[in-house]
Design a protein around this ligand. Structure first.
Ligand code: ADP
Ligand code: MG
Length: 320
């Protein structure tokens, strides 16, 4: 059983008591308090060797943990406020590691104007396991995955593929001779940028939105499933960084990694064609690019895959 089958079988039935849980099928829950305020909540865990490399700089590990969680709030159009941190630390964890980890955490709390308000700390014989809960405020409108309409344009923010390629470079599986390109890709993997200003700006414009954590094709697939629609995109229109473009030029098969690798933490969202002008004028700190259209069919079709000779496995990252 995959991650999503497991969640829908064992946990979604328990979540029906709260409509704001969105069936455990969105990036975060949207809980309405009795005075009408909306609390947007998400938890993401990271395990050494799975979501980061055990010898990554500890400050970067902390910052990635914060950022992957804030990315889920960005996907809902929420404003982050508070964090709760649960740590399962190997017994070998030492002071210098904790000092560097907490310094990274403090830096990102300042950068994103959020406060650490609680958590838990335990020891483990297993790998370093980190879990963060992020709480944010939602406005009158939030973004979900389920309201895309047939004929809507599909957009993506920033560039896609740097995280997946950066992991390969960090693991020594991809050789990147250009020092700047190498650093840019590794930085993309270690310290992603949550698109908070964009998410908030999209409230009232986008029909559906989610962040890209498991891979563009898989996550767009989740948006399609939630909206009961399909999507058609062109791979050639997916924005790549200079470093990723150079890597794909060297080895065209890497385009499949770019489209399905994950760890991007960009936003993929939909909006009606009538919103194009508004979106072009949007200033939210990141470039957005139109990559396709929502269709009545099921699944995600990459219309130029044959021409580009890429074979796509669009399942995304599988935990199980
Ligand atoms: P994301 O990649 O956006 O963080 P996930 O794919 O991890 O989302 O999870 C999908 C949905 O399932 C989310 O709404 C998440 O809150 C929910 N979920 C995942 N695991 C559990 C669990 N063990 N119990 C309850 N809800 C869960
Ligand atoms: Mg998400």
């Amino acid at each position: 059983m995959d991650e999503f089958g497991l969640i829908s079988k064992y946990f979604a039935p328990i979540a029906v008591r709260e409509p704001g849980a969105l069936g455990l099928r969105d990036d975060a829950a949207v809980l309405t308090l009795s005075d009408g305020a909306r609390l947007v909540c998400t938890t993401d865990a990271m395990v050494a060797g799975v979501h980061f490399l055990a010898d990554d700089p500890p400050g970067d590990i902390a910052r990635k943990l914060v950022r992957v969680n804030l990315s889920d709030l960005a996907a809902m159009g929420a404003r982050p406020r508070w964090l709760l941190l649960a740590l399962a630390l190997p017994r070998t964890t030492d002071d210098p590691w904790l000092a560097a980890f907490s310094a990274g955490l403090a830096a990102d709390c300042a950068a994103f104007d959020v406060a650490l308000v609680g958590g838990d700390t335990v020891a483990t014989d297993g790998p370093l396991t980190l879990s963060l809960t992020a709480l944010g405020e939602g406005g009158a409108q939030v973004l979900t995955r389920s309201e895309a309409q047939g004929g809507d344009d599909i957009y993506v923010s920033g560039t896609i593929g740097d995280g997946a390629l950066g992991l390969l470079v960090a693991q020594g599986k991809l050789v990147c001779k250009d020092e700047n390109a190498r650093n840019a890709l590794i930085a993309g993997y270690r310290v992603p940028q949550p698109r908070l200003a964009l998410g908030q700006a999209l409230c009232g414009i986008a029909t559906a939105c989610q962040d890209v954590s498991d891979g563009l094709l898989a996550d767009l697939g989740h948006l399609c499933t939630a909206s009961d629609l399909g999507a058609r995109i062109t791979a050639a229109s997916v924005p790549l960084s200079d470093a990723a473009r150079a890597a794909v030029r060297m080895d065209p098969a890497l385009l499949a990694t770019v489209l399905s690798g994950g760890d991007d933490y960009e936003l993929v969202f939909t909006a009606p064609p009538a919103a194009r002008e508004r979106l072009e004028g949007l200033e939210a700190g990141v470039v957005i690019r139109r990559i396709g259209v929502m269709t009545q069919g099921g699944g995600v079709e990459v219309s130029d895959a044959d021409i580009l000779r890429i074979s796509l496995e669009n399942k995304g990252f599988q935990h199980f």
